[in-house]
Design a protein. Sequence first.
Length: 292
Amino acid sequence: MKFANLKINSAAVVCLVDTDAGTYWPVTDLVPEFSGDMVQLVQEYPSLKARLAPKGEGKPLAGATVLAPITQPRRNIFCVGKNYHEHAAEFSKSGFDSSAKEGELAPDFPVVFTKPASTVIGPGDAIPSHPDVTSQLDYEAEFAVVIGKAGRGIKKADAFDHIFGYTIVNDFTARDLQKKHRQWFIGKSLDGFCPMGPYLVTNDEVDAQNLDIKCWVNGELRQNSNTSLLIFDIPTIIETLSAGMTLQPGDVIATGTPAGVGIGFNPPKWVKTGDTIKIEVQGLGVLENPVG
C-alpha cells in the first residue's frame, strides 16, 4: 500500500493512494473512527490493514497538495553517513570530512547523526538557502526506512519485522558549516533541510535491498545507484541503532547517499537559489524541490 499526507481544506489528511490510477481515499472514509496522523496510522496498521481497501473510484490525485508523509516526527530523524563506498571515497577526498581517520575511505561501523523535526518539508516546497549562514549548499538522495513496531536490541534477522515502510529523503547539507563545526548536526539541521516524500510505501510493496536511487539537478543526472550497494545494510543499521535505544513507530532512518553529490566534483557543484533537485527511488515515487 501507498499512503500520503494530503492537504485538504487546510488540514493534513492521511490518505490511501493508488498512483497507477491517480486516485486517493482519505483513511477516515475507509475507517471512520480513525482520526490520527500518519504516525498513528503506523501504530494501528496491524489492526486496520484489513479495512484499508479502496472503496469506489476514489478522488483524483492530480492537483492535490502532497505534504511530507510524516510532518511532525516524534523524535530526531536518524541518518547514516558515508554508507556507499563511492560516496565515502568522494567525501574523504573532498577535504570536508573531519570525521574520518587518516587514510580511511569507508567507516568500520555505521556513522550516525540526526536531523531535527524542523528540517522536514514536503514535495514541491522550496528548500531555504539560508544565505546569511551558508554559501555551500549540497543535496543527498536517500532511501529512508520508517519503523512500524517498537523494539530495543533488535537482531538483524528480525529487523524487517520492525519496519512499516519506506520513503525518500533529501539530506540537504550546508557543507561549509559541516566542515567548520567538525561534526554533521549543524550543517544538516537548518530549517527545511529534510525534504521528504511523496509517499510512505509499506514494507511488502518493494524489495528494499534492491532499489534504484537517482538524483537530478536541473535535469542533469548526478546520482545513480542501488540500495544493494549499501556498506551497512538495513538490518545492520537497525541492529546498531536499537542496541540500548528503543526505536519507536514513526521513527525515520535515512540510510545514506550514493556518489555524485556536489562536493564530489572538482570544483564542487554547489546548488543555489532557483535550482531544482529531483530524486527518484524505484517504487517510491519522485521527490522534487526547488532551492528557495
